[in-house]
Design a protein around this ligand. Structure first.
Ligand SMILES: Nc1ncnc2c1ncn2[C@@H]1O[C@H](COP(=O)(O)OP(=O)(O)O)[C@@H](O)[C@H]1O
Ligand SMILES: [Mg+2]
Length: 232
């Protein structure tokens, strides 16, 4: 059975600023969930909390499998990956950058090679595996970040603004990668973006975060303006 996540009544404030004010949702079916909302609405905060990297002030984050609660330990956290908007790049080859997460998990060399090459091929960077990662363009660096995340074969993949500050060509490539990923990984992908068009192209389920509240919305509106109006 697949891993699922239920969050309930998540609240989070920083100093006196209330960022999340009772967010609840069930992530149970595989697919791409897109989390939209204006800058500063708390998208990154919610992703960090769902990815178990930060604790909420109140509320529950519960991962389930076979109808049972999965204990929050290293084993669970290894089934979850969060890709940050600005990935740290190590001053070494693209291959070694992608291999890092597998190496620290103690995987053998042969398996690492096979998985890294598959992930690089998937994001269209196999031909650059020997290149120093610092010399990649920003779009390529984003794609390398995706390779570094998917090589771990996470069951929950959180992507924080994967197409922010990326040119049109790389945006299309990244959106295609995300669309193909959901078939390949058969997992749950939760992606934050403030780009409504991108959300509409890639998302199966659209979520909107504003004023600390999370709402499910529909893809039928033609513009973000209509979408927002529909929610007022
Ligand atoms: N670690 C932190 N310390 C203090 N304030 C924070 C912290 N993380 C986020 N915030 C604040 O919380 C609000 C939501 O931020 P964020 O989750 O990054 O929004 P988004 O990703 O939607 O742009 C912002 O006002 C931000 O400044
Ligand atoms: Mg953010």
């Amino acid at each position: 059975m697949a891993l699922s996540l239920i969050i309930s009544n998540i609240k989070k404030s920083y100093k006196d600023k209330k960022v999340l004010d009772g967010c609840s949702f069930s992530f149970e079916q595989s697919g791409v969930y897109v989390l939209m909302g204006p800058n500063g609405s708390g998208k990154s905060t919610l992703l960090r909390i769902c990815a178990l990297l930060e604790s909420p002030d109140d509320g529950e984050i519960i991962y389930y499998e076979d109808g049972k609660v999965v204990e929050n330990n290293l084993n669970l956290r290894r089934r979850i990956t969060l890709l940050l908007p600005n990935i740290g790049i190590f001053n070494t080859t693209v291959f070694k950058n992608v291999a890092y997460g597998l190496k620290i998990r103690g995987m053998n060399k042969g398996e690492i090679k096979e998985r890294v090459e598959k992930a690089l091929d998937f994001v269209g960077l196999l031909h650059k595996k020997k290149q120093n990662a610092l010399s990649l363009s920003s779009g390529e660096a984003k794609r390398m970040g995706i390779a570094r995340a998917i090589v771990l074969e996470p069951e929950f993949l959180f992507l924080d603004e994967p197409t922010a500050s990326v040119d049109q060509e790389n945006t299309e490539i990244i959106e295609n990668i995300i669309t193909q990923l959901k078939q390949r990984l058969n997992s749950i992908i939760i992606m934050a973006t403030h780009d409504y068009q991108s959300a509409k192209r890639t998302g199966d389920i659209l979520l909107f975060l504003e004023k600390g509240k999370l709402t499910r919305t529909s893809v039928c509106s033609e513009s973000p303006f209509q979408l927002l109006q529909g929610m007022l």
